[in-house]
Design a protein around this ligand. Structure first.
Ligand code: CO
Length: 207
């Protein structure tokens, strides 16, 4: 059986199962798009948010790219944030990195002008800024994992620094930004930093 045939078969069975459990399920979802969380994660197939945090369909607004970067110059990232905050009024944003991230490894090892290398340039730049701490870590896996944590914190700061987040806080709209790291080997998420819940807590973090 071809891959596409298999996935269409699976999809039909899945939709039928949900409809048999709750005949109004899809009709209700179609009417009401109200996600509770914006998830910015890595494209890595092992870090699929719906599976990790058990939220039902429709609850997570998702943006994924290599190495879970929130690039301030990237229209895609900015559009996702603006839509999530200004239109959907999502109150919580999670940036989730993971250990063993090939994108982070590429930022350490790669030096070409291939698209992947260009994309992870902000992580390479971060590694340069944090080189004193990273130089003390001799194990390459540990070094990559530490940079993955630093990268999450950096992307959280980028989101908090954006005009979109700053304006939400200014008008009193609830918005919290959280930084998580996922351990591929045991399936567990951990916080890498305190959540940022206001312009004041962000300022305290960066001072
Ligand atoms: Co990754």
């Amino acid at each position: 059986m071809s891959v596409i045939r298999k996935l269409l078969d699976y999809n039909r069975q899945w939709a039928e199962r949900l409809k048999s459990e709750d005949p109004a399920f899809f009709a209700q979802l179609a009417e009401n798009n109200a996600p509770e969380l914006l998830w910015i994660g890595c494209s890595d197939g092992r870090v699929s948010p719906d599976r990790l945090i058990g939220r039902p369909l429709g609850k997570i607004f998702v943006h994924r790219n290599i190495a879970n970067i929130f690039a301030m110059h990237d229209l895609n990232c900015l559009a996702v944030l603006q839509f999530a905050v200004e239109v959907l009024k999502i109150p919580d944003i999670v940036v989730c990195g993971h250990y063993g991230c090939a994108g982070i490894r590429q930022a350490i090892e790669g030096h070409s002008v291939e698209p992947v290398d260009l994309w992870v340039e902000p992580v390479r730049h971060l590694a340069r800024r944090q080189r004193d701490e990273l130089a003390n870590i001799t194990d390459p896996v540990e070094k990559t994992n530490r940079l993955a944590e630093l990268n999450v914190a950096h992307q959280v700061r980028n989101i908090c620094r954006s005009a979109i987040a700053q304006q939400a806080w200014e008008i009193g709209q609830p918005l919290a930004v959280h930084g998580l790291i996922y351990h591929v080997e045991d399936g567990l998420l951990h916080e890498v930093m305190p959540s940022v819940t206001s312009a004041e807590t962000f300022r305290a973090l960066t001072e």
